[in-house]
Ligand binder design. Structure first.
Ligand SMILES: Nc1nc2c(ncn2[C@@H]2O[C@H](COP(=O)(O)OP(=O)(O)OP(=O)(O)O)[C@@H](O)[C@H]2O)c(=O)[nH]1
Ligand SMILES: [Mg+2]
Length: 374
């Protein structure tokens, strides 16, 4: 596999409530880095008017800018609304770390109006930028907070609150957000699509190696649907050729010692032992598709019994909405608890779809595993 030379690419973005200064901060970063040769300046209007993206048939209103510091390249997503942010996360833009402008905008006094606030006044400051690592959004411990004004940076005033504060925020991004792990470094995961009995050879399971590197004679585990067999890889086959090693992205056939066709079912996974488990109960963030996006025109109710699809498995599930909520309207986001009829390979941040009568009605991302159930 070719490796792209140059500094590592990190996904980031601005999150926060409406009018809290996300787009202004995005524009300010490109302005400050354009002066240093690390970005092309994108004006507020340019970012705000971006046409958005069509991802898997779902329209996501967002714009992406790219910039580079001395040590990294950043791919930065600015989403105007919470629903769009969740949609972008579900469709694969999940950032490695977030920038969280602290609010204020025209509703509150700005740092530049008051003189530089003391760090303790951070909550009242017009434009502070917090940097969160992936998965740490609500835990403010360890989150660097930089005080300054994106507006000053954009309007070329008061460099201490403006340009220099943006540079400090970028330093915090560089030092605080961990580099994404390369998928080849992760424990291997193979999703089974089909299984065949080949006389003289045994059972060949076909599918996709979604991450990691797998070697002949390596230990492996067959996981899902109540099965948990520890075994060894005795054959790897690609394009009818026997190979010793395969890597993420390869479609291949795998033979496992002592595994019979009847032991195997589409939707199970072959993985590095103890790297992924089967579960039945999860917490998720879900976006309910609108009719235009292929979803329903009616609300999605808590009595629905949809099919949950992810990797190569599909399982019927029951759901619980938060509080005493009974329904969610198309176009809305919600959290929900999903109880699956059978245990399948699942992990945090895994994406899935909920389908009913063959149409996709929701797209979601798992935020927490609630029970383990092999
Ligand atoms: N004084 C001051 N105003 C700011 C600052 N950053 C943003 N604003 C103002 O706050 C308002 C909202 O800023 P936006 O950047 O549009 O906020 P947003 O979070 O992108 O808003 P939505 O996309 O609608 O959610 C605008 O009037 C900005 O000029 C800042 O650092 N200081
Ligand atoms: Mg905006």
């Amino acid at each position: 596999m070719a490796t792209v030379p140059g500094p590592p690419l990190v996904k980031t973005g601005t999150i926060g409530q409406r009018d809290h200064g996300k787009t202004t901060l995005t524009a300010a970063i490109t302005k400050v880095l354009a002066d240093a040769g690390g970005a092309e300046y994108r004006s507020y209007e340019d970012i705000d008017d971006a046409p958005g993206e069509q991802a898997l048939g779902v329209f996501v209103k967002m714009s992406c800018v790219e910039y580079a510091t001395e040590s990294r390249r950043y791919y930065h997503t600015d989403c105007p609304a919470h629903a769009d942010y969740i949609k972008s996360m579900i469709y694969g833009h999940s950032p490695d770390g977030w920038l969280h402008p602290g609010g204020g905008g025209h509703r509150r006094p700005d740092a530049s109006d008051q003189g530089a606030p003391a760090p303790g006044q951070a909550d009242r400051c017009g434009a502070r930028g917090g940097v969160h690592q992936q998965g740490r959004c609500s835990a403010h411990r360890n989150t660097p907070v930089v005080i300054g004004s994106a507006l000053c940076a954009l309007e070329n005033r008061d460099p201490d609150l403006g340009m220099n504060a943006v540079l400090k925020l970028l330093d915090a991004l560089d030092s605080h957000v961990p580099l994404p792990k390369i998928e080849l470094d992760k424990p291997f995961l193979f999703t089974i699509e089909d299984a065949f009995e080949i006389s003289g050879l045994g059972t060949v399971m076909t599918g996709l190696l979604v991450r990691g590197v797998v070697n002949l004679k390596e230990e492996a585990e067959l996981v899902g649907y109540g099965c948990d067999i520890k075994t060894v890889i005795t054959g790897l086959e690609m394009f009818r050729k026997q190979i010793d090693q395969a890597e993420a992205g390869d479609n291949l056939g795998i033979l496992l010692r002592g595994v019979k066709k009847d032991d195997v079912k589409r939707g199970m996974v072959i993985s590095k032992p103890r790297s992924i488990k089967a579960h039945r109960k999860v917490q998720a963030q879900v976006y309910v598709l609108t009719k235009d996006e292929g979803g329903m025109s009616t609300p999605f109710t808590c009595n629905s019994i949809p099919h949950m699809f992810s990797l190569t498995w599909s399982v019927t599930c029951a759901l619980t909405l938060p509080g005493d909520k009974e329904m969610v309207l198309p176009g809305e986001c919600t959290t929900m608890t999903l109880m699956l009829m059978e245990p399948v390979a699942l992990e945090k941040f895994q994406r899935f779809a909920l389908k009913m009568r063959n149409s996709t009605i929701c797209a979601g991302v798992i935020t927490d595993i609630l029970t383990t159930d092999q």
